[in-house]
Design a protein around this ligand. Structure first.
Ligand code: FAD
Length: 437
């Protein structure tokens, strides 16, 4: 299909994927604008980033600033309810990959990315809730710009729209060729809050407490991970099986602190605590701190959703493209959702730059980007599912925990995941395709 020059790229969503694609596009002097429905880029919560995505952030000139806000982890200790170590997991070898596993508040990364994007000439419009593309991205004439409409702002035109608008992507739902399906709840949710590390009741002296722990309990898993550079604050995240709700009901529950505390106290939604069950004292102490510090400790709720595998991430006129959570959602166990969003964004920026400079037609550039990214996304999805299975086996293996399957991949050679060099892999992949044809 003949294509128009990329004069302006509209990016819907000021999350990790939207900001990263903007930075890559600006590094090739491609004009782009971000539209965000909320009045701020801040989202709350904390995440783990691994060398594959940190290397990309380094190439964008923002890694050193981001690292200063995070806490590097090399091992994670898996404990049982009585604080016995089940396993020590080497999560990432900084000496080997040049980057650590970085635990970091999501807002700290977003703050750095927003500042860098503005410095490099990206305009960011908040309070711009994207509604539609006129004409639809499936019907737009190739040589003409499309118009984007917003609920609360004037329409804007662009040559191409990038849907970096997350799990419930509107770009996905208004473009028929994406055949959008509603996100599905997968039966598990995470309730998380931060507490001062030293205030928890550990069953051993503080000097013997590891930074970075997962405690396997009868009702699920509880994570204790540092979430500030000093390691003095620890993020407690309780993963529980909660009942299915409609989207708005999840939103309501997320704002009901007392109900979340009830769920935490009871270890689920059964109304009252089962007579034969109680939290290990360490977890109970974390809940008590959240109960006491009502005003200063926010509690976050994240139900886990997935979307069915999509047939395409590129609209048939090449006028709209999806990336990050708008295109695929990962099981939380691999902690690679943000990593894949950053990888997608970097690859898309490189592909669009090639189309911009005329080395590749835009249809070909987008088709190549998609094939390349699909292979990688598939591989990482399989890895995340494997980690999930081994955790379930570990939780249910009772006395035989020591014999439960190891966390595949975390233990073995991880070069394929952490050693990823996006620009080199992209050139190599294209070369291999050329050799095959
Ligand atoms: C509990 C939890 C823990 C996680 N932990 C990790 C982890 O440790 N490591 C990891 O790699 N990943 C983790 N992830 C996954 C990771 O957070 C996501 O994969 C990543 O944030 C996706 O980024 P994104 O930019 O694609 O989407 P988002 O971060 O969802 O950003 C989308 C943006 O688009 C905006 N938007 C939506 N609709 C519109 C509209 N109509 N108009 C304008 N703007 C719109 C939204 O407001 C938002 O700002 C975790 C996820 C969860 C839920």
């Amino acid at each position: 299909m003949a294509s128009s020059p990329i004069t302006d790229v509209a990016i819907i969503g000021c999350g990790l994927s939207g900001l990263c694609v903007a930075l890559v596009l600006r590094s090739y002097s491609i004009p782009c604008t971000i539209y965000e429905k909320r009045s701020t880029h801040r989202q709350g919560g904390s995440i783990s980033l691994f060398p594959n995505s940190l290397r990309i952030l380094d190439s964008l000139g923002v890694y050193q600033t981001i690292r200063a806000h995070g806490f590097p982890l090399s091992t994670s200790i898996i404990k049982d309810e009585s604080f016995q170590t089940i396993r020590t997991v080497q999560v990432c070898d900084e000496a080997r990959y040049g980057y650590p596993l970085l635990r970091i508040a999501r807002d700290a990364i977003l703050d750095v990315l927003v500042a860098a994007a503005r410095e490099r000439g990206v305009e960011i419009y908040f309070d711009h809730r994207f509604v539609s593309i006129v004409p639809s991205a499936d019907d737009a004439p190739p040589s003409e710009p499309i118009t984007l409409t917003f609920t609360n702002a004037a329409p804007r035109s662009a040559a191409l729209v990038v849907g970096a608008d997350g799990l419930r992507s509107r770009v996905r739902s208004v473009t028929p060729s994406f055949k959008s399906a509603d996100p599905q709840y997968v039966g598990q949710a995470l309730i998380a809050w931060s507490v001062p590390y030293a205030q928890l009741r550990y069953p051993v002296p503080l000097s013997e407490v590891p930074l970075g722990m997962a405690m396997i309990v009868r009702r699920g898993m509880v994570l204790f991970v540092p979430d500030d550079p000093s390691g003095k604050s620890v993020r407690v995240a309780v993963q529980l099986a909660l009942t299915h709700r409609e989207f708005l009901a999840w939103k309501t529950l997320g704002g009901q602190r007392d109900k979340l505390l009830d769920i935490l106290r009871n270890g689920g939604e059964q109304g009252e605590k089962a007579a034969d069950w109680e939290w290990p004292d360490l977890v109970a102490s974390a809940i008590e701190i959240a109960e006491k510090d009502h005003d200063s400790i926010p509690i976050f709720l994240w139900p886990y959703f997935t979307i069915p595998t999509m047939e395409t991430w590129v609209a048939k006129t090449d006028k709209a493209v999806l990336l990050g959570d708008a295109a695929h959602v990962f099981p939380p166990t691999g902690a690679q959702g943000a990593g894949m969003a950053i990888e997608d964004a970097h690859g898309l920026g490189m592909a669009l730059a090639e189309a911009m400079t005329g080395t590749t037609d835009i249809s070909l550039a987008l088709a190549q980007w998609q094939s390349w990214r699909r292979q990688r996304v598939q591989q990482v999805t399989e890895f995340s599912s494997q980690v999930n299975k081994s955790r379930v086996a570990l939780a249910s293996s009772g006395q035989d925990r020591g014999k439960a399957p190891a966390e595949q991949g975390f233990r073995d050679d991880m070069d394929w995941l952490y050693g990823w060099r996006s620009a080199e892999q992209w050139s190599l992949w294209k070369q291999q395709q050329e050799d095959k044809s």
